[in-house]
Design a protein around this ligand. Structure first.
Ligand code: NAD
Length: 316
């Protein structure tokens, strides 16, 4: 049985991916420092290392790992601006330790979770992987540096790698926009929209994302490649609210650097990985609501005042 290690394995994507890969027959190990206050462990405790990735090289008993899927990161754009040191530690120095672990433990492949944010302002274009990389906030900057570290370190140390640029991933256990809107509806609160809501985003269901990561693990064509992973379609935030069918909404101030349209060109992943997204947004929203109902009903939502303060702080 192939062994894989998922960093950030107790987070939103990591916990979904851990279930998915176990169903596909992998033996899955996780490392996570629980910085997101996660309490649900998606795996037997013996397969979890509760540790910061900066200390991953203290793990001595883990051998014959065929791949590391590196998801651990600080990933909130708004918070990244005033927390450069934390983002540096998690996203850059932590990655360096993960790469060193790959080399010392003879791990054959590293899959790096990058982000659409490496593109920055895409001038409303559907972007392919060759689009210029000009991130416009600190989080995107750490992902861009991360990509370069993965490419260079892997070349020097003869490790295979794949870089995946995730667009907006949604599904059970997420705390991002789709889940926030669902929770606001279930808790009879106001749905809060940044700006006028006409900004368009490319939403990919986490099951489709896991399907792509699985293809990357089993398909050698993906070695030393970079892929966009999105749905290839965009919807506006106002359209998303309509699909959630809830009328209590409030528009808050716009984030200064928020781009109008973010949409992935996914033909490269479709062709080379023989993958395509299967879950339409309507079905994905229903699925998320059904599977995550209990958590969404009681998840702690930040107040209107706190949201406004966060944006104000970001915009200054
Ligand atoms: N969710 C999205 O839409 C999206 C989009 C683009 C890129 N990504 C990337 O995908 C990855 C996973 O995202 P997610 O949405 O699951 O985020 P998440 O915050 O839910 O999960 C990240 C996990 O990493 C852990 N972690 C953070 N720093 C760590 C450290 N130093 N050591 C050990 N564990 C640490 C956290 O405790 C958390 O469990 C991230 O790298 C993120 O940048 C996500």
């Amino acid at each position: 049985m192939k062994k894989v290690l998922i960093t950030g394995g107790c987070g939103f994507i990591g916990s979904n991916l851990s279930d998915y890969l176990r169903r596909k027959g992998f033996k899955v190990y996780l490392i996570d420092n629980f910085s997101n206050n996660k309490t649900d462990i998606p795996i037997k405790k013996s397969l979890l290392y509760k540790k910061d990735i900066n200390k991953i090289n203290q793990i001595k008993n883990l051998k014959n790992i065929s791949a590391i899927i590196h998801l651990a990161a600080s990933a909130d754009i708004l918070i990244s601006k005033k927390n450069e040191n934390k983002y540096y530690k998690d996203n850059i120095s932590g990655l360096q330790e993960v790469l060193r672990f790959c080399s010392e433990k003879n791990v054959k492949k590293v899959v790096f979770a990058s982000s659409a944010s490496v593109y920055g302002d895409t001038k409303n274009k559907k972007v392919n992987e060759n689009f210029s990389l000009k991130p416009n906030h600190y989080y995107g900057y750490t992902k861009l540096i991360g990509e370069k570290m993965v490419e260079t370190y892997s070349k020097i140390n003869n490790i295979n790698y794949t870089i995946l640029r995730f667009f907006n991933i949604y599904g059970p256990k997420s705390n991002a926009v789709v889940s926030t809107f669902l929770a606001q509806k279930l808790q009879n609160k106001i749905i809060t929209i940044f700006g006028n809501g006409e900004q368009r985003r490319d939403f990919l269901h986490v099951d489709d994302l896991c399907g792509a990561i699985w293809k990357v693990l089993v398909n050698k064509k993906s070695n030393k490649k970079t892929y966009n992973l999105g749905s290839g379609k965009s919807i506006s935030i106002n359209e998303l609210v309509k699909k959630i069918s809830y009328s209590k909404t409030k528009n808050l101030m716009k984030r200064n650097d928020d781009i109008e349209i973010s949409i992935a060109q996914i033909s490269k992943a479709k062709k080379e990985l023989n993958w395509k997204p299967k879950i339409e947004i309507e079905k994905g929203i229903k699925k998320t609501l059904t599977l995550d109902f209990k958590r969404l009903k009681k998840v702690k939502l930040i107040s209107l005042k706190e949201q406004t303060n966060l944006i104000k702080k970001f915009n200054t």
